[in-house]
Design a protein around this ligand. Structure first.
Ligand SMILES: *Cc1c(COP(=O)(O)O)cnc(C)c1O
Length: 367
């Protein structure tokens, strides 16, 4: 049996009629930039999170960058973020001119360590940028308490956490703003690049919308210089169709995760999700001592896997200038050689999941 890491083709076939119809309508209307499809998706996605505003932008990296810029963060400022994330998170900080300050992760949830945030706060800190890694909300109570006490903005990197929950509230509703990616492989993915900023703050929403659109509200009346970062009409229409199915796909991901938990618990370290979170399993990440061996056997048996991420951000050449050593991030350093992401997606069948479980069990029993 061949099990891909994600199966975008199966997802498309499941909604083909609806999707083809929506795409054709955009072309018929020539509604390529802005227009009613964008408005509709922005409204529906804001409703989905329960927020006042949603601003569609070009991608998730831009969503983070534009939010930071719109909050006036730049040179001389520091922004605290997680050591284990995709580089987009820290790139967006550096792109504003601010300095990125990395904090290690919690050994059980793999999310940013709250005690580490407290130690990293200085007079220059302006914001905390937690990542809801793998689809599991970061410890928002702890983060909001520190942010409140020090007067810091919180920007949630929700690129992997569409629809995730924390103590009965949606992730993305805690900070000043939340940033989403609609990269095709994300839980809610476009047919190309896309992203969004979600916020309850009226003035931030206006600034971010202007910054993303050349610093303007009216056509040729520019209040300041911004960038061109838009969610196009075609992607918006595609996302609007997919949004209707997102809860169903998420429930399927959670069911697969439960199945993996039951089949693999005790054999490998399975993900830890506290009672009070709704994990949306963008990734199902196990820990196993001989990762290379397991990945090789799975690959031979047709099962695709991934590592998210093989090099924690502070140890990348891109951040050599910060002069970090493994001792600065002991947990991220330990995890990087043991984490392995198993296939998980909204159209995965029980049979496929069982095949993954059996193959992992066989590989490790024979090891
Ligand atoms: C995917 C991702 C991003 C960036 O999103 P793009 O749409 O690819 O620019 C940012 N942060 C995290 C955690 C991501 O996984």
């Amino acid at each position: 049996m061949r099990i891909p890491f994600v199966d975008l083709k199966a997802q498309y076939l499941g909604i083909k009629t609806e999707m083809d119809c929506a795409i054709q309508a955009v072309i018929n209307d020539s509604a390529f930039i802005g227009g009613k499809n964008l408005k509709s998706f922005e409204m529906n996605f804001a409703d989905f999170i329960g927020a006042r505003h949603c601003i569609g932008v070009g991608n998730g990296t831009d969503a983070l960058f534009i939010t930071l810029k719109a909050l006036g963060i730049g040179a001389g400022d520091e922004v605290i973020t997680a050591a284990n994330s995709f580089i987009a998170t820290s790139e967006a900080i550096t792109a504003t001119g601010a300095r990125v300050v990395f904090v290690d992760c919690d050994e059980r949830t793999y999310n940013i360590d709250v005690a580490g945030i407290e130690r990293a706060v200085t007079k220059k800190t302006r914001a905390i940028l937690p990542v809801h890694l793998y689809g599991q909300p970061a410890d928002m109570d702890g983060i909001m308490e520190i942010a409140c006490r020090h007067g810091l903005h919180v920007i949630e990197d929700s690129a992997q956490a569409h629809g995730a929950g924390y103590k009965g509230r949606k992730a993305g509703k805690f900070g000043t703003a939340a940033c989403y990616s609609f990269f095709p492989g994300k839980n809610l993915g476009a047919y190309g690049d896309g992203g969004a900023i979600v916020t309850d703050d009226d003035s931030l929403a206006t600034s971010a919308r202007m910054y993303a659109n050349h610093g303007r509200i009216e056509k040729y009346n520019h209040e300041f210089e911004g960038v061109n970062s838009r969610l196009d009409g075609l992607q918006a229409a595609i996302l609007d169709v997919k949004l209707k199915h997102l809860d169903r796909w998420t429930e399927r991901r959670r069911a697969i995760a439960l199945r993996y938990d039951a089949g693999l618990g005790g054999i490998v370290i399975t993900p830890f999700a506290p009672e009070h979170v709704r994990h949306v399993y963008h990734l199902y990440v196990i820990r196993v001592r001989d990762r290379a061996f397991l990945a090789k056997i799975l690959s031979e048996k047709g099962i695709s896997t991934g590592v998210h991420y093989p090099i924690p951000l502070p140890f990348l050449n891109a951040y050599k200038y910060l002069g970090h050593t493994p001792g600065d991030f002991p947990v991220a350093h330990l995890l990087k050689d043991e984490i392995l992401s198993l296939p998980i997606y909204g159209d995965m069948t029980d049979e496929q999941a069982d095949y993954v479980i059996e193959t992992v069990r066989e590989a490790l029993n024979n090891a």
